[in-house]
Design a protein around this ligand. Sequence first.
Ligand code: LMR
Length: 399
Amino acid sequence: MFEHLADYPGDPILSLIGAYQSDGRPEKVNLSVGIYTDAQGKLSVLQSVVAAEQHLRKRSLAPSMYLPMEGHEGYRLSAQRLQFGNESPALAEGRIATLQTLGGSGALKIGADFLRQWFPGSSVWVSDPTWDNHIAIFEGAGLAVKKYPYYCSSSAELAFEGMLKELSTLPSRSIVLLHPCCHNPTGLDLTNAQWLKVIKVLVERELIPFVDCAYQGFGEGLDQDAFAIREMERAGLTFLVSYSFSKNFSLYGERVGTLSVVCHSPQVATKVLGQLKATVRRNYSSPPNHGAQLVDLVLGSELSTLWRTELEEMRLRTSSMRELLATLLSDAGLPLGEQLRRHRGLFSYTGLNKAQIGRLRQEFGIYLVDNGRMCVAGLTMEKTPYVSSAIVEVLLHRE
Ligand code: LMR
């Protein structure tokens, strides 16, 4: 019956988790999947989350009722405040429809299905390059995916003029996927002034922004990283925000995310929420409880101060590892060192080609994604000199 099926080549990012785990070399380094690891190279457990977990365990076991299709109410509200800010007029006026989702990917999928249903003639425009799964999710939902310029490989800089020019030509109601901070995979973000220019075009061309926010707090800080989202609201745009707590709560396995749609009136927000619930119902009915309870307990209590401190520590450790690698590469005479200093968040685009990435993996046990993306949050003080000399080796010395 199924002999004709194509073989699955594996996901370009997730397949590297298994490959890394089965690598027996003690010197191996995982710089592939977007996961923050601590100074010892271990997956972090945040103390704020531990405290929330202990609090939950102390309660007597509640009967496990289904959550509503839209998810945990307190969690949805906490997530809205974090993303849009306590002062958000749209929030106060009930103009934001928010769903709890299965991580950021689940939010993208629900948003993609929703847009396909109500804007069947629209295409989605993604940055070139973008996270591979953006393309897979939108195409999987039946939408045509096209690319706008984002990165100039010869200068290793943002292709901002090209981006703005392309966006200025899009038909009205085109969907534009944007990364508000910590661009995946390049690490190159727009400045605030550049965001304002993009937002002007989004308004003028009547485009539908879809903002994918998976790394809030890892770029410049929690509020700074929400600049684009809050300015879009201020500009009166109707837009979508997919959001992930996987990284900033280190809760990868709990699948905690949200999808929000900022609308012009509470009446429209109610209709939108209804259609999003219908989309959830025909995909998986309702989301799971545990991760949402943890996030809500942290954000809705005094534990949020501890969480903010822990997140800031993760951000600072990541940027100090990037700086250490940049210094070592610059000392070795490589321009890549200076390029890294322009990047923010978990990722840096190295410009290494597939053959060089292959050599790093095979000869040194250093895992990057084939497109040249490095997760700098996987570096440690101990391993960075080793990674730097391996990069120097593959860049300066041929096999
Ligand atoms: C990444 O980009 O590595 C992460 O977002 C994990 C994933 O699902 O690809």
